[in-house]
Design a protein around this ligand. Sequence first.
Ligand code: CUA
Length: 483
Amino acid sequence: MPMRNLKRVRPLLLLAIFGAVMTALAACTPHHGQSTFGPAGPIAERQKDLFVLIFWVAMAVLVVVEAVIIVLTLKFRRRASTTGVPEQTHGNQRLEIAWTIAPALILAVIAIPTVSMIFSLDREATSAAGNLEVVVTGHQWWWEVQYTGEDVVSANEVHIPVGVPVRVVLESDDVIHSFWVPKLAGKVDLIPTRTNQLVMEASEPGVFFGQCAEFCGEAHALMRFRVVAHQPDDFRAWLDGMRRPALAPEPGSLAATGQGIFAGNCSMCHSASTADARSARAERSVQHTRQAAFLADPKGTRIISAPNLTHLATRLTLGAGLVDFNEAELTAWIKDPGSVKPGNRMEALAQVYRAGGLSDDQIKAVVAYLMTLKPAPPGESSLPPAPSADPVARGKQIFASAGCSGCHSTGSDAILGPGLGGIAQRAANRKSGMSASDYLHESIVNPTAYIVQGFSPVMPGNFGQTLTAADIDALVAYLETLP
Ligand code: CUA
């Protein structure tokens, strides 16, 4: 290139390099929600300190190596007076010993604190289980969250108390994911068939961004979550709320209509009733069953593992941390999930979307119902307030509110229990001399008496105590109407 052109290009080049460096540095600002340079807890702080140590060691190596390169380049460059081939040298014992020992020393300086921190954090994760243990299961592309010993299940939001180290147990139901909350703890992979763990701690209340950090398929970049750190009392209150069912919608209300639509179209994939301890304990096997259905027929299945929606209306975000939770976003999500989160499986696989989706009126009703999903005030009943005079309508409400719809579809799809479409006909066909309604009644109060072949005996046995005789009669009347 002629000298004149080079002169013109050089300022532009410098400007470009300066711009690139500043952009790179700006990404490191500690104020950014996902910056590891602004730790919000002691564990992330220690990890940041280790990173800073490694950074300065690497900087020292960079400076020394670059300086040597520059000096040698200038000193031994070809000059106008140079003629012929420069003097050829080979081998320098002292130099070779030096550059063998120096990297070993540098690596030792980095490795000793790194390896010892890996082991000490793993020990701390194990002992942190005494404070709180959260089991996070990765799914394409959302997070299942369970609280060991608390019978609480949620999704895409991890609630923790401040000031205590929390053990996070990491598992995956499909491919490798990676759990990463930059301000609270370093990332650890979730690997199918393995159990990993990490420890995290927040020193102040707040909402912290989390992100899947391992490429896991189409919606990987959209597999986000939030960690919500509470003062210990608020955390207890949150746990208690998660164990209190939502108030049942007023009979005849839009939300009640939505509850029925949800039970018939959504509940085979989404549990919304794990405020009940038994449903919470069954949730893992329900998700396993859904995942098995998907694996058996990835394109044809109508049941897929899906986020738990219990007390959805208390969540901060929708679609695994993608958009704020509110009525408008929820409506947009149900109407066209692919426009909010391309690649999500709901639109591609769920029966209701294959059949053309819900109408706008149905969506309005489902949204009205979902917006009621929050803990009832302490001491208030979760069953429908004024019993409906029509036993079939009453039974339909109970089917949705007592937790039946979490395990049984009203069609032919098997979830954890058999689909109940046509159950009256099947009951009548049994050569037991028992009427269909007696059989259904007995199956509800004494579920182990009639286990349908191929299903596990997991149905709770206390519906005879939690439901009144009139409620059970209404439920049976409703079940008998299922075509
Ligand atoms: Cu899950 Cu990337």
